[in-house]
Write a protein of this length. Structure first.
Lengths: 356, 295, 274
């Protein structure tokens, strides 16, 4: 049942649309990410839900009530900022209790709730410290507790991990997700990091230049990108120009090499130039197992990335990255070798006409 | 830290004392023209007329009525202009930062503040005489247009309040120059976070913004206090010595030993240095705190 | 905040109030200076003021004092700041303490001390051997004293300006790069250090100029015929000429500050009261 609904939302600044034609229904307890590059409108949309921006058109409803025009301090949404925004003149405990004291809750209730929250984020020993005495990760956890203490209807997170070190980012995002699941609270998470979005979301909204490119589960977004932008932005991708040979049979020719794709070719006719894409992990050596497409290739380069070995192969005139899992007992080919490489029909994605 | 890095790079680390030669000219200068004069005054305040050590001068500082009056007067003027200058300066700084006035107005105010905080002494005194002196511009306007004769009602430029109003001309700008960056340090997210948690504008200011700014505001006011306390030229140009503040007394003492006790004159000066030192220390300490918060 | 697009009434209120307070005295001075001839706007006061020999002499003299102060300050402070940055970080604390002292020892106290020390012959401590005559009794000596005094007054700003300038351009890395490319010390000073702190030097110089030209306290007590004492005397005898000169003095300060603003792009500098 829809808990947070944005319909026909758009936001204009001067003459340009920062957000256009945004529609989304979010269920209670769902964790949705807005994913996209800088300037795509994801933060603007989030801020409209928070009330810091007023939509030019459209409606926002939360829990059945329309909140489009309500001022931020009357919406009961919890916001987490990229720069933590902890009040520097207050301790951890005082920060967390801020919203409750504003609401004039009795001091005993405040104290109890603050203790609860401090335990939730595992900072009992730091409850009387000031923000400047805490690390970035700790400060962000306090920010989380502060927002949750108020029992908000939805949690809004504006790139909360971008300012943190890589290791902390990974552990903190898992912590955020686990707390969200435990409390069953609805959350909207804005990020430009696709790995982040993929790893913790129930659904992802990919945005570009103010518009929604695709909405789906992480699995759908990654494996079945609907637009060129989504395919390029999410995960690494090999792209190449190809020509349609036979739309009915799904045949293409790339650099003289024949390939079959399982993608819909309606609307394309023989001779059309298109852009195709293949994910590196969908390519493998034909010596292991032959799939629908089998092509000759020359080994150009081998890069050891740790758990993944990235082999660059030349197919036709185009270089493709092929990712295989590291196996210390498997002999790797040598540069210059000619080997056969294979992938399934479904692995060949057609991203649209080759104009870019 | 930097020194060890440098030593690691050098093949032969230079002997320590040679390095201090590089800063010797500066230290020599400071010694000759800053430290020695100050020490002279310091030593002199503990010397009696015969040249022996005494605490009598210091004792007289706290007991002689005219001296106490002088200090009290200086303290009052400094406090009044520090608080008044602080409040209005803060409001001015607020108006062009958080208050949302256009960027151009802010530049104008900051540039002007840089100028006005240096504009003291004779020209400033004259400017105020030309404005609210007996035949001043505003005095005339009030009399001819509004029928109010301020001098008849007891106002006098050449008095405590007249001098205070004049002092404001460099106190307001100094406050603006200190507070504008501090107000810039108020992160926009604090206000948004407070609103998000249910606070009204008043609650944001009373619980977050003003407490965070308090060290800066207090520190600045203390600096203003010291600034006014040490001012001589403006006061002398305006009142000609009629207002017996500490600096004027010291000036008189330099010219001719009006206190009939050189040691007491030195003690008077030292007393003032002491007050200035406390004010500087207070300002520095509060600065450190505010930097921690407004980082 | 986009929500509150209403006109910020109170901001405008305080700003306009401030503007009135600041502009009125300037306006009054200007108005006064233009009415030397009854009921007629004229530049008579300015003509008379500028043609007064005493004005020309004292003003030029003050300018020369300012120039001397600036030059000696630069010669003293730039190498010191550089040395501390590159070779002697331990001296930083004490140096910064010294640059804070002038706040605690304002002009009136400084001149008190200077006079008392230098009005007697300077001797080697504990002996009767004279090094030189009392500085206050000779013209040269007095000039030395007043330039030194001005240097002390300007020192906090000059030092801070130069130090910040050096920090901003990371003078240490530049020096090391120059050394690794084979430059000698002279080249380093003239081609690496000085050009890169140009802005800081200009800033400090302009501020020093503003402080020195109008300075009254040191000049009066040391008996120097500078512009400040001249103006002070003028007020007691004339009416319109002081107004003209006060206004010009304000314009000069404005020009100096405006130039600083131009070169440094934004931070105002307050030198406080005199």
């Amino acid at each position: 049942m829809t808990y947070l609904a944005l319909s026909n939302i758009s936001k204009k600044f001067g003459d340009t649309y920062a957000v256009e034609d945004f529609n989304l229904d979010i269920e209670k307890g769902e964790f949705v990410s807005f994913l996209g590059p800088s300037g795509c409108g994801k933060t603007t949309t989030l801020r409209m839900v928070a009330g810091f921006e007023i939509p030019t058109t459209g409606k926002i409803t939360l829990g059945g009530n329309e909140i489009t025009d309500k001022s931020p301090n009357q919406r009961n949404v919890g916001m987490i900022f990229q720069a933590y925004a902890l009040f520097p003149n207050m301790t951890v405990a005082q920060n967390i209790g801020f919203g409750l004291r504003i609401r004039k809750e009795p001091e005993s209730a405040v104290k109890q709730r603050v203790d609860e929250m401090v335990n939730l984020i595992n900072l009992e020993k730091h409850a009387n410290k000031y923000p400047y005495q805490l690390s970035g990760g700790q400060q962000q956890r306090v920010a989380l507790a502060r927002a949750l203490a108020n029992r908000p209807q939805v949690l809004l997170l504006d790139e909360p991990l971008s300012a943190l070190d890589a290791k902390i980012r990974v552990s903190l995002r898992a912590e955020i997700r686990s707390i969200q699941k435990r409390l069953g609270i609805t959350a909207v998470f804005v990020t430009h990091d696709q790995e982040e979005a993929l790893s913790i979301s129930d659904r992802i909204v990919v945005m570009y230049e103010g518009r929604v490119e695709q909405v789906g589960t992480p699995f759908e977004i990654y494996n079945f990108p609907k637009t060129q932008f989504v395919a390029n932005f999410v995960g690494t991708l090999n792209t190449a120009a190809a020509e349609i040979v036979d739309p009915a049979k799904g045949l293409l020719k790339m650099d003289g090499v024949e390939l079959t794709s399982a993608d819909e070719m309606n609307g394309y006719k023989k001779g059309d130039k298109v852009l195709i894409a293949i994910r590196p992990e969908r390519l493998s050596f034909a010596s292991e197992q032959k799939k629908a497409n089998v092509v000759d290739s020359r080994i150009e380069n081998i890069t050891f990335l740790g758990s993944v070995v990235r082999i660059q192969v030349m197919i036709g005139n185009t270089k493709f990255n092929m990712d295989t899992f590291n196996n210390p007992f498997l002999e790797l080919p040598k540069i210059g070798d000619v080997d056969q490489v294979t992938c399934s029909k479904e692995a060949v994605l057609i991203l649209g006409t080759a104009d870019k | 830290m930097a020194q060890t890095a440098m030593s690691a790079r050098k093949i032969k680390p230079p002997t320590d004392w040679k390095n201090w030669l590089g800063v010797a000219p500066f230290f020599l200068f400071a010694l000759l023209f800053l430290i020695l004069p100050s020490l002279r005054l310091f030593a002199g305040s503990f010397t009696d007329k015969a040249g022996n050590f005494t605490l009598e001068n210091v004792r007289q500082l706290f007991t002689q009525q005219s001296i106490l009056n002088a200090y009290w007067l200086s303290i009052r003027i400094s406090a009044v202009t520090a608080i008044g200058g602080g409040i209005f300066g803060f409001l001015l700084a607020y108006s062009v930062t958080v208050g949302g006035l256009p960027r151009s107005l802010r530049s104008a105010l900051i540039t002007f503040s840089g100028v006005a905080s240096n504009f003291a002494g004779v020209p400033l005194a004259f400017a105020f005489v030309a404005t609210i002196g007996r035949t001043g511009f505003i005095t005339a306007v009030l009399k001819d247009v509004f029928g109010i004769n301020i001098y008849q009602s007891g106002f006098n430029l050449y008095s405590f309040w007249g001098l205070s109003i004049t002092y404001m001309y460099f106190q307001f700008p100094l406050m603006v120059l200190i507070m504008a960056p501090a107000l810039d340090g108020l992160k926009r997210e604090w206000r948004e976070a407070a609103e998000n948690l249910g606070a009204s504008t008043f609650q944001y200011w009373s619980r977050v913004a003003l407490p965070v700014l308090l060290p800066s505001i207090l520190g600045a006011m203390i600096l203003l206090f010291g600034n006014a306390f040490g001012a001589y030229a403006t006061a002398y140009a305006l009142t000609g010595g009629a207002l017996p503040i500490v600096t004027i007394q010291i000036g008189a003492q330099i010219r001719g030993d009006v206190l009939h006790n050189p040691g007491l004159g030195y003690a008077l000066a030292m007393g003032m240095v002491f007050i200035m030192a406390i004010s500087l220390a207070g300002y520095s300490w509060l600065q450190k705190i505010s930097e921690r918060w407004l980082r | 905040m986009n929500r509150f697009r209403r006109i910020p009434f109170w901001s405008w209120f305080w700003y306009i109030l401030g503007a009135i307070y600041f502009i009125l005295p300037l306006f009054a001075t200007l108005e006064f200076s233009l009415t030397a001839q009854r009921d007629k706007i004229s530049l008579l006061a300015y003509e008379k003021a500028f043609s007064d020999n005493n004005f020309i002499e004292t003003f030029l003299y003050s300018n020369m004092l300012a120039l001397a102060t600036i030059i000696v300050s630069i010669i003293l402070i730039v190498p010191t700041a550089y040395w501390i940055r590159l070779r002697l970080p331990e001296a930083r604390r004490i140096t910064e303490f010294i640059t804070l002292m002038p706040f605690v020892v304002p002009a009136i106290i400084l001149v008190f001390g200077l006079i008392r020390i230098y009005s007697s012959p300077v001797t080697v401590p504990f002996t009767n051997v004279q090094i030189f005559q009392p500085l206050t009794t000779t013209h040269f000596g007095t000039n030395v004293l007043i330039v030194a005094g001005y240097m002390v007054l300007a020192m906090p700003y000059m030092y801070r300006s130069v130090d910040t300038g050096m920090r901003t351009v990371d003078i240490r890395t530049l020096t090391e790069a120059a050394q690794s490319l084979g430059a000698n010390w002279f080249t380093i000073i003239t081609k690496v250090i000085l050009p890169n702190i140009r802005t800081a030097l200009l800033s400090g110089a302009l501020l020093t100029f503003a402080i020195v030209v109008g300075e009254v306290t040191l000049a009066t007590f040391l008996g120097v015929d500078a512009f400040g004492p001249y103006l002070f005397l003028l007020i007691q005898h004339k009416a319109y000429e002081p107004a003209a000169l006060s206004f010009v003095s304000f314009l000069l300060t404005w020009m100096a500050m405006g130039l600083i603003q131009l070169f440094t792009g934004g931070q105002g500098q307050g030198a406080g009261a005199h």
